[in-house]
Ligand binder design. Sequence first.
Ligand code: ZN
Length: 434
Amino acid sequence: MSTYNLLNNNNIGIEIYSFIEKLFPICRSITGNGTRKTLELIKQHIPIEINDIPSNTKVFDWNVPKEWNIIDAYVKNSKGEKIIDFKISNLHILQYSISIHKKISLDELKNHLYTLEEYPNWIPYKTSYYQENWGFCMSYKQFQTLEDDEYEVFIDSTLENGSLTYGELFFKGEIEDEILFSTYICHPSMCNDNLSGVSLLTFLAKTLIDKKTKYSYRFLFIPETIGAISWLAKNENNVHKMKYGVVATCVGDSGQLTYKKTKQGNTLIDKIVEKILVDSRDSYEIVDFFPTGSDERQFSSPGFNIPVGSLVRTLYGKFPEYHTSADNMDFINSKSLQDSFTKYNSIIHVLENNVIYKNQNPKCEPNLGKRKLYDLIGANKELPSNSNSIFWLLNQSDGNTSLLEIATKSNISFIDIKNMADILVSHDLLTIVN
Ligand code: ZN
């Protein structure tokens, strides 16, 4: 794994940001052409398989919904002026709104308008997936200017049998044990939640193309909730191979990183992410699992119990821009995306390099001078943690203790201790046993 080169790729944040910019205008939903178009654009970067599950397919306790597509929508006043226009922002439409074309009074219109009084300049994002309805979202500021009038409401949409579409990419490793990276593609024009997760995982998957890995990796680009439920229903017989997972969402804002632990709380993936956050020396937060949030709750439901955590920056719902038009290209930045990417990439790096070593000279300390290793422990002041790394590695490599455990116990960064382990292996002082 050439992870170190990638960790120094200073352009990846800009590439992730640019891809978000490209995806931003598309009107996505849990089904429909916007979601397909998004997957097609992802496919230009990575060879995902695009799969369809027909509407009405039973998936556990749910049915795959009808497919929703929208062509246009607006509200006009009696002067014929468009006061709400879907073509200006796709957040203006209540998602899954059915077709309508009629003239109504202000009072009737108000029953179908959604606003956010607390942030009067922002358009809220609203959905009505499982209840047939129609509606428009607008800023509270504009809402207050609405006058008594006759309004023409027009929604040109279809809600009919079709399919739920998702993308999947599998990298076969040496072993069958799979690591899941999952994200959701169902949100329209909003950046942190969740084009940031979609774009980050696209570029993360790209790093695995043509790489030999120990673990197998599965990337899912699915509509949230119903997509995870559908995927699990379709793949129930193979899910036992999935050992750990991470849901990527809200990875582009300027806040510090937050790790939401797996339901189990103390699994390998939890320990890896915690170690990466400690090693970064940046501030971060770790929160215990809670059964709301994103698709980690489907993967870790009792019937599956897969330990799936989520590495985010500011947790969804904790930033006011969440689910509004203010979650736009200005709310995210390439530096944060780059930093999030580095942490996700490090997860793969640690997983791939977390081996168990055995000391080949286990009876007392080996003579380092004789092996010309003495320089490494003191003479070179530029490498202050090296002497520590050597002694920790030689002392702990009993054939049972993993490199991650040694790095965590010693408080030496995983990258530093791995580098020293490579040197000791090259001098036949350590050998990999597992
Ligand atoms: Zn959301």
